[in-house]
Design a protein around this ligand. Structure first.
Ligand SMILES: C[S@@+](CC[C@H](N)C(=O)[O-])C[C@H]1O[C@@H](n2cnc3c(N)ncnc32)[C@H](O)[C@@H]1O
Length: 221
């Protein structure tokens, strides 16, 4: 009787040891698989950012916008209504390492998205995020080599007043570039003219968008 009990105890002990070993293994593999999942999620996010940027670059030809802005290393440029920063990365690359981009938006959440994009590209140091009011550029006077308005001027309540205020933020040699969908073009051009801006050049590098660059009021072409 005693012998049977000892044998049973030994068997139960063996089962418990095996169970503990299994649980330990499961815990480790669970940890490992979580780490794998997180790493995978991060990779997916990076892939999404890369794919979105590639699609945007193919559709919008941002190099043409950079050309119109006439910016280079050391320039100070404002990206108005920067959104999630699909254009901002190109401006930052153009002005680095000594220049600066001031990226404005009325929505702080999109500027946070922009910051992630810039961090991934190693360009976050070049760009200042600035939340602004809807009716004001929020830019310092006589400071900017270029101000970009991409797909944003149609949101302004008073586009003429807004553009007049923005012109004050330009250096005397600076320019404002407006790029938007073709169907906004007539209103954009009329507002710029009424604000006293001087049309420097215009192009349509993709069928959906125009790019127009303007010098400050009173500038000779
Ligand atoms: C269509 S997105 C354009 C984003 C980016 N510029 C581009 O071309 O991909 C318009 C952005 O302008 C911002 N916005 C709207 N009204 C604005 C205003 N009055 N001043 C600054 N940003 C504004 C919106 O929050 C949004 O992020």
């Amino acid at each position: 009787m005693q012998v049977i009990t000892r044998a049973r105890l030994a068997a139960v002990r063996a089962v418990l040891i095996a169970l503990a070993a299994c649980l330990g293994l499961a815990a480790c593999s669970g940890k490992d698989s979580d780490a794998g999942k997180n790493g995978g999620a991060q990779n997916n996010k990076a892939d999404d950012i890369t794919r979105e940027q590639a699609r945007f670059d193919a559709e919008r030809k941002p190099e043409k916008v950079v050309q119109a802005l006439k910016i280079g290393p050391g320039s100070r440029v404002a990206d108005v209504g920067a959104g999630s920063g699909l254009l901002t990365v190109h401006l930052a690359r153009a002005v680095k390492p000594t220049g600066q981009v001031v990226a404005t938006d009325i929505d702080s959440a999109v500027l946070d998205l922009m910051h992630s994009r810039l961090q991934a590209a190693g360009l976050a140091d070049i760009v200042e995020r600035r939340v602004v009011g809807a009716d004001t550029p929020g830019l310092e006077d006589a400071t900017y080599d270029a101000i970009l308005l991409a797909e944003v001027d149609h949101y302004f309540g008073d586009p003429i007043g807004w553009l007049k205020a923005a012109a004050k933020a330009l250096k005397p040699t600076g320019r404002i570039v407006i790029s938007n969908r073709i169907h906004h073009r007539a209103k954009s051009m009329a507002a710029a003219q009424k604000a006293g801006l001087v049309l420097e050049a215009e192009s349509t590098p993709v069928p959906t968008h125009f790019i127009a660059s303007f010098l400050p009021p009173g500038a000779a072409k």
